[in-house]
Write a protein that binds this ligand. Structure first.
Ligand code: MG
Ligand code: MG
Length: 263
């Protein structure tokens, strides 16, 4: 599968898909408090997306699957990393951290973005994890310029995270975004040294490329595992983890990327 750079007209639509995604996430974020269920956050995000003539990208994903994702957002609490299924009986508690991931499809193009936030007062350790993970995303975004390669982004994210004593998750990667939620290229949050690097494919960044960067950071050690619900990913060691994501577009002449999923 080739990388598909977008035209200027397509980028205008992708910016709108991204803005709708951002509005849905903002509404969910504003509703986060102790006592709220993840199902309520899901309903709030879905309302925002549908009221902007868009459709939830995650609902029913992937097509044809025996276990399609049943909701608009994924809501993952504490040691849950990603893909948590919203539930009426999953109630946010004071001190939790919750990762919300959301996608919207507008006029055939996808926006994909995520954040992790605290519920009420959270520990200093949790606050620091959120700060480092969000900044790791910024480091990746700042590296995403024409003339660089995908591996430069991977290394920037990994180096920043490890410098601060945390670990990147290896099983899930950033990815091209466009008419499909997952296009080429894959952009891991780490890059191997030595022989293993040959199995990784680094791609030159060219203007019009659109992709989601999504560092996933854990306090403990890899790996992760998937719960029997077929979706929820948790850290095996039960350690806290965080996830921040934006969909971005590479600009011409080495300019900083356009953040498509900004408000
Ligand atoms: Mg996402
Ligand atoms: Mg993504």
């Amino acid at each position: 599968m080739p990388v598909i750079p977008k035209t200027a007209e397509e980028l205008v639509i992708m910016r709108e898909a991204g803005r709708i995604t951002a509005l849905a996430l903002q509404a969910a974020r504003e509703a986060i408090r102790p006592g709220v269920s993840t199902k309520e956050l899901d309903a709030i995000a879905e309302d925002v997306i549908r009221s902007h003539d868009a459709i939830p990208a995650f609902l029913g994903y992937p097509p044809g699957s025996r276990h399609p994702f049943p909701a608009t957002i994924t809501a993952s609490i504490n040691e849950e990393l990603v893909h948590g299924i919203p539930r009426e009986d999953r109630i946010l508690q004071e001190g939790d951290i919750v990762s919300i991931d959301c996608g919207a499809v507008y006029r055939g193009f996808v926006g994909d973005s995520a954040f992790t936030a605290g519920v009420g007062q959270i520990s200093e350790e949790a606050q620091r994890l959120l700060q480092i993970t969000e900044q790791a995303l910024s480091e990746g975004i700042d590296t995403a310029r024409a003339g660089k390669q995908t591996r430069d982004i991977s290394r920037a994210i990994q180096q920043y995270v490890e410098k601060h004593g945390y670990n990147v998750v290896r099983e899930y990667t950033g990815h091209g975004v466009g008419r499909a939620m997952h296009e080429e290229p894959q952009i891991p949050n780490w890059w191997p040294r030595g022989k293993l690097a040959r199995r990784f494919h680094s791609v030159p960044l060219v203007p019009g490329m659109t992709f989601a960067l999504e560092p996933m950071v854990m306090v403990g050690r890899p790996p992760t595992r998937v719960l029997p619900d077929h979706w929820t990913v948790v850290t095996r060691d039960g350690s806290l983890c965080a996830h921040f994501e934006h969909t971005i577009a590479v600009m011409a002449n080495g300019a900083p990327p356009l953040i498509l999923t900004a408000l």
